[in-house]
Design a protein around this ligand. Structure first.
Ligand code: MRU
Length: 366
C-alpha cells in the first residue's frame, strides 16, 4: 500500500542484512521506520508491538532467525533463537508456524549455507503472505458486491471491523481489509465502522490511518457502539481477522471480537473472519479451552497516549492511582457465531468439514 504516494511493505531486509520495520507504536502521529540488527531487536519489536498482527509477527520472527544465524549458524544457536522468538507473544500461531518453516529450511544444511537460505526463506514467507492476502481480498470481494447490488443506488456498503487486520498487520493488503480495499478499488462505495479497540487502540490508531491513506471512507467508533449500529440496520457485514483458528473453526482475535459476533448474531448481521491458512492451528479443536490468551501489562489499560493541541504526543493516566486493572489481549469467538472463514482458497464454513474441504492436505488424519 502507499504512504503519501510511496509504496511500502511493513517489513523488508536492508542491503547490509539488517531489517527495516514500520514502527507501529508511533502511528498515527508519526510515520517512522526502525532498524532491527539483532535477534534481541526482533524479539523486542514483537513484544513491544512495534510490529503486531498475526502474519507480520510471523514474518518478523522469520527475519529474527536471519539476524540470529548471521552471528552463529550452529544448531544450538538456531534452537535458542527459535525459543527466544517463540516466547514473545503466545496467541498468534503464525509465530510458531513461521519459526517451524525457518527451522525446516535450515536444519539439514551446512552452516555455511544457512545465512543465505534464511534470508531466502524469510523473503518467500513475506511474498507468500502478500499473495495470500490478495487472494483473501479476491474471495471476500463478492460478499461486498452482493450487498452493494441489493442496496439502493449510491448507498455505501457498511462494514464493521475490529482491531487492525489491515496491511499493517500483514505484509500488504491485510486480511479483513483486503476485500474492502478490493471493493473500494473496484469502485464499489464502502464505508467502514472502525472499532477503536481499547486498550491499545489498533482500530483508532492504525486501521483509521490505513483506510484514510487509501481514501476509504470510515468512521471511528468506541468499542461499545457496534451493537447499537447493528440494531439500527447500519452494519451490513462484519469482517475481522484472527490470530489463531482451531481445526473446527473457532477464532481467537483481539479482545472484544466475541461481543461483536454476539451482537451480529442477535441482529442477523453476517460475521465473517478473514485469515491466511498459517493462522489455522490444526492441532487444536476447542478454542476457548485450548488457545492461550495473552495477558499484557496493566499500563496499557491504565494509561493512554495521544496528541495534544500543541502537537506533542503524551501519555496520561486514566485510572485512579492504585486501581487494579486486567489486560486480556484476545478472546475466542466460537465457530457457531461465524458465518464463514475467508481464506486464500475461498470461503469455508466455520467447521472442521469446511476447513478440511479447502485444505485437505493440512487437516488432521489426511
Ligand atoms: O495485539 P495485536 O495488535 O497483534 O492483535 C492483532 C489482531 O487481533 C488482528 O486482528 C489479528 O492479528 C489478525 S491480523 C491480519
Amino acid at each position: 500500500m502507499k504512504v503519501d504516494g510511496v509504496p511500502y511493505r511493513t517489513i523488508w531486509p536492508n542491503d547490509d542484512g539488517s531489517v527495516e520495520i514500520i514502527d507501529q507504536t508511533l502511528l498515527p502521529h508519526r510515520f517512522e521506520t526502525a532498524t532491527l540488527r539483532t535477534l534481541e531487536d526482533a524479539a523486542y519489536a514483537i513484544t513491544a508491538m512495534q510490529v503486531r498482527g498475526a502474519p507480520l509477527i510471523g514474518v518478523t520472527a522469520a527475519y529474527g532467525i536471519c539476524l540470529a544465524v548471521r552471528v552463529d549458524a550452529g544448531d544450538e544457536a538456531l534452537d535458542r533463537a527459535y525459543e527466544v522468538l517463540n516466547a514473545t507473544r503466545p496467541t498468534a500461531v503464525n509465530l510458531r508456524w513461521a519459526l517451524d518453516e525457518m527451522r525446516a529450511a535450515l536444519r539439514n544444511r551446512p552452516a555455511g549455507e544457512r545465512v543465505d537460505a534464511a534470508y531466502r526463506r524469510a523473503a518467500e514467507i513475506a511474498d507468500e503472505d502478500d499473495q495470500i492476502c490478495s487472494r483473501i481480498g479476491d474471495h471476500g470481494l463478492p460478499l461486498i458486491e452482493a450487498v452493494h447490488k441489493r442496496k439502493p443506488a449510491g448507498e455505501p456498503v457498511n462494514v464493521l471491523t475490529h482491531c487492525n487486520a489491515g496491511w499493517l498487520a500483514t505484509i500488504d493488503w491485510g486480511t479483513a481489509t483486503a476485500p474492502i480495499y478490493k471493493a473500494h478499488d473496484a469502485g464499489i462505495p464502502v464505508h467502514v465502522w472502525v472499532d477503536e479497540t481499547r486498550p491499545r487502540n489498533q482500530g483508532a490508531s492504525l486501521t483509521a490511518w490505513e483506510l484514510g491513506h487509501h481514501g476509504v471512507p470510515h468512521t471511528v467508533i468506541p468499542d461499545n457502539v457496534g451493537g447499537h449500529l447493528m440494531q439500527h440496520g447500519m452494519v451490513d457485514l462484519c469482517i475481522t481477522g484472527t490470530d489463531r483458528t482451531t481445526a473446527t473453526g473457532d477464532v481467537a482475535n483481539k479482545i472484544g471480537t466475541y461481543l461483536k459476533a454476539l451482537a451480529a448474531r442477535d441482529n442477523g448481521v453476517p460475521f465473517f473472519v478473514a485469515l491466511p491458512s498459517p493462522t489455522i492451528d490444526w492441532t487444536i479443536e476447542d478454542g476457548v479451552a485450548e488457545i492461550p490468551i495473552e495477558q499484557r501489562s496493566g499500563d496499557e489499560v491504565a494509561k493512554i497516549a495521544g496528541k495534544t493541541a500543541g502537537g506533542d504526543v503524551v501519555t496520561v493516566q486514566l485510572t485512579p492511582d492504585g486501581s487494579p486493572v486486567a489486560n486480556y489481549a484476545f478472546d475466542v469467538t466460537p465457530a457457531r457465531l461465524v458465518e464463514g472463514l475467508i481464506t486464500e482458497r475461498g470461503i469455508a464454513p466455520a467447521s472442521r468439514e469446511g476447513l478440511a474441504a479447502l485444505f485437505p492436505e493440512r487437516s488432521r488424519g489426511s
